[in-house]
Design a protein around this ligand. Structure first.
Ligand code: BMA
Length: 324
């Protein structure tokens, strides 16, 4: 049995047992989607969002595209991680530099608890997409830091502790459009402001992960390596299809890939994943983990329209990364 290292027990994690006869390593919550198009008063769609345990319940940062077509991120709260209340106003950041606070667009947030605070990374418009970084203690007041990288970049995902004395973040350099390529890198920072020592981590391969790949949830530390869930994209005659896989990374040098799934673990199959504003997208941005049992609840955007939850266990995904 693969073991979670360093994580906390989360007895109130949403959970349903694996259905009898299920052959996939990941199974969907039967109440999906948990958040519909109308997640708040202004939304056209709520998807690609991040949740995390907070106090007695859960907090989240949600991507909502509003009905003007603007992409932004909104704070939310939930007692059970299934029924969410999402603010009607986007997050307002405070910070030192007006140049950085100036807003173009924001999407695809990730939330990572580290040290004493909750860090948020997202795809931040700054003359093209790059990685925005901020922190909060309470999901009410948010402080924005410098963008981590130059444009163009997406899918900036932090590791949940310093490694070798520095912060580490995965990212996927891209272009200003619907990027038809993309490999993953790991960058290092002593202070969450200056990022360097960029290392190539992994690239596209075959089939479902042949066009581009990008990190999803915050990686989970296990005794077999960092368990990293990522999305992979194939270009078909009808456009991109987004599926999900998993990999195991070296604990001390996480750009070294120990194992990587050849078969996807989750893909657009259900109607709400196949039909929506962007058909055929299953895009995970967060995973709750109960360190005591290894249970996982993954949060993923469905067809760029609604939000779903899917379950697995750390042991099952470690095995999949190694064997499938
Ligand atoms: C990517 C991002 C994601 C989105 C996906 C599919 O480039 O914009 O937010 O889910 O495309 O449209």
């Amino acid at each position: 049995m693969a073991k979670v290292i360093g994580g906390a027990a989360l007895p109130n994690i949403p959970w349903q047992d694996k259905p009898k006869g299920e052959t996939m390593p990941v199974w969907r919550y039967t109440g999906n989607p948990i958040i519909g198009r109308n997640g708040n008063k202004v939304s056209n769609s709520v998807f690609n969002s991040a949740v995390i345990p907070f106090k007695d319940g859960f907090a989240g940062v949600f991507r909502a595209d509003d009905r003007t077509g603007h992409m932004d991120i909104y704070a939310g709260a939930s007692p059970d991680a299934l029924k969410w209340t999402i603010e009607d106003e986007p997050i307002v950041f405070q910070g030192k530099d007006q140049e950085i606070l100036r807003k173009e667009y924001r999407y695809d947030p990730r939330v990572c608890f580290m040290d004493d605070r909750y860090y948020i990374t997202w795809c931040n418009g700054y003359h093209g997409p790059t990685i925005g970084v901020a922190y909060t203690y309470d999901f009410k007041t948010f402080t924005q830091l410098e963008n981590a990288f130059l444009p163009f970049n997406r899918n900036g995902v932090l590791f949940p502790r310093k490694i070798g004395g520095v912060y580490m973040m995965m990212s996927r350099p891209s272009d200003n459009g619907h990027t038809p390529f993309g490999d993953m890198y790991v960058s290092q920072s002593p202070d969450m402001e200056f990022w360097g020592r960029h290392r190539y981590m992994m690239g596209t391969t075959h089939g479902w992960q042949s066009t581009k790949i990008g990190a999803g949830p915050i990686p989970i530390e296990t005794d077999e390596g960092w368990l990293m869930i990522y999305h992979g994209v194939i270009t078909t005659c009808n456009g991109f299809v987004y599926r999900t896989g998993c990999a195991l990374l070296d604990i001390d040098e996480p750009w070294k890939v120990l194992h990587r799934s050849r078969e996807y673990i989750l893909g657009p199959i259900e109607p709400y994943e196949c039909v929506g504003d962007v058909p055929n997208v299953a895009f995970p941005c967060a995973a709750l983990c109960d360190a005591a049992t290894g249970r996982l609840a993954m949060y993923y955007g469905c067809a760029d329209t609604v939000t779903g939850v899917a379950f697995s266990t750390v042991d099952e995904l470690v095995r999949h990364a190694k064997e499938c």
